[in-house]
Design a protein around this ligand. Sequence first.
Ligand SMILES: Nc1ncnc2c1ncn2[C@@H]1O[C@H](COP(=O)(O)OP(=O)(O)O)[C@@H](O)[C@H]1O
Ligand SMILES: [Mg+2]
Length: 231
Amino acid sequence: MSNPLFLDPDDFVASGVQRVIYYHPKDKTRLIKILKATDTMPMRRNFGGILEKLVPSTRLRLVSKEYTEYLRIMLSNPAPSFHLPIAHMYGFIQTTIGLGCLTERVMKPDGALGDTLLDKVRSDSLSDADLELLNDMIQRIYNHHIRASDFNPKNFVFGQRDNGTGLGPKECVMVDGFGDIHALPVRSMAKWSNRIGLDDGCKRISAKTGLAWDKHTKLFSRTSKTPARTD
Ligand SMILES: Nc1ncnc2c1ncn2[C@@H]1O[C@H](COP(=O)(O)OP(=O)(O)O)[C@@H](O)[C@H]1O
Ligand SMILES: [Mg+2]
C-alpha cells in the first residue's frame, strides 16, 4: 500500500457546503475535494441538511451519483471532439486528511481557481464574452441531457482546463451539482422530465444572479441588475 498524499488541513483553497477543496501539491492541473466531517458542518435546517444528519450515507450517495453521471456522459460521448460541460473526475486518492476526489482544475492562467458566476455577478465583472461562455455551457448541458441537481452560481466556474499540451480556451464549466440525487430519480426517467429540472435550475440561477432566463431559447441575458462590462 502506498503512503497517503500529505495535505495540510488548513491549506485549502476553497470551501463549499459539503467539501473542502485543495490544490494537488504535485499536479498543477488537479484539485482534491475532501468531504467535510459531518460533526464539523453547521446545522442546516433545510430538507437536505436534516436528511444528512439523520442518514449520513446521503452525502456519500451525492459523490456516487456525481460519478455515475460523469461515467454515463463520458461513455455515451466517446468522440475526442466531445466538449464536456462539467469538470472531469479522475477517481479517488488517499490523503492524510481522508479520501479525496481527484478533479480537473478550472483555472486562471497562473493556476489560481477560476471565478465563479456568483463572484462575477457580485463584483459586477460579468463581461459579454463570459455571458456567451455561460450560454454555451448551458446549451451543451441541455443538448447532452445532463442531470443536474444543484444549479447554483457558485458551481459554475470560468477558466481554462489543461488539455494535455497546455491550457485550453477560456470556458464556463459546471464543477459541482450534477447527478440525479433525488430520492425519486425523476430526472433519469425521461429526457422531458430532465428538461423540466434543468428549466427549474436555470430559473433559480436567474433569481440568484439577476440575469434574465428565456426558457424558449435557453439563453441568459442581461437586465438592469447585470449591466454590460467589457473584458
Ligand atoms: N474543478 C474546479 N475548478 C475550479 N474551482 C472549483 C472546482 N471545483 C470546485 N471549485 C471551487 O470550490 C468551491 C466549492 O467546491 P464544490 O465542489 O462546489 O463544493 P461543495 O460540494 O461543498 O459545494 C466552488 O464553489 C468553486 O469556487
Ligand atoms: Mg458547490
